[in-house]
Design a protein around this ligand. Sequence first.
Ligand code: THU
Length: 157
Amino acid sequence: MTEKSLTIKYKEYVNIDSLDKADKELMLRAIAATDGAYAPYSGFHVGAALRLADGSIVVGNNQENVAYPSGLCAERTALFAASAQRPDMRNYTALAIAGRNAAGELCEASPCGACRQVMLEYEQQQGHALRVLCLQRGGSVREVSSVADLMPFSFGM
Ligand code: THU
């Protein structure tokens, strides 16, 4: 038996204003996208904003359904919308994610496992890293420089 370990590096920004201009804009779009969430069951509104390689932004938000598994997270809504609408630009540089609770307060949004798997596939297909920025409770931002850091030992064929 050999015991091994993995470490990941990530960045923490004290607030949105500490981000560079483009990332701040992206996070503000993710926060704004929480308003478009359809989340009558959980009351948790998630917004995601995806930066395409041409600089444009596609947003998504969680879309729930009374048959719970039929709903979709904000991250996959954004990625699938971008992939569907801009197949010519299936090349992504950054994804910002923000959550808002039922009381209307901004709060932590960390992508679920299924979204990580989907994010990872687009990253692998494009052959360069997709950065992920997650708003944290209190307004700080966590950034990982690659989806691969969020999904070690992922499924693949
Ligand atoms: N949700 C997202 O949109 N993104 C995540 O990364 C985690 C969870 C949504 C799914 C559901 O509509 C609600 O948040 C509560 O789980």
